[in-house]
Design a protein around this ligand. Structure first.
Ligand SMILES: [Zn+2]
Length: 72
């Protein structure tokens, strides 16, 4: 039998390596890895990010896009 408490707490935790914060968003694992984060889940699935890591993720992806624009 699956322990429901365990399942819930696992789903609600940030999937970034070494982070135990409460998850706030779920993002494609591939995108998260591309942004330079190490995740503890299969990248072909969605990774859960806490608020802080989501902020960093958004900043990184935004920066990448700006670099692309500047390079042209
Ligand atoms: Zn986190």
């Amino acid at each position: 039998m699956v322990d429901p408490k365990h399942a819930v707490s696992k789903a609600a935790t940030c999937d970034i390596e070494g982070c135990d914060a409460e998850s706030s968003r779920s993002i494609s694992g591939k995108k998260v890895e591309k942004a330079g984060f190490e995740i503890t889940v299969d990248p072909s699935k969605n990774a859960h990010l806490c608020k802080e890591h989501y902020k960093q993720f958004k900043k990184k992806t935004k920066t990448d896009r700006e670099y692309e624009r500047l390079g042209r």
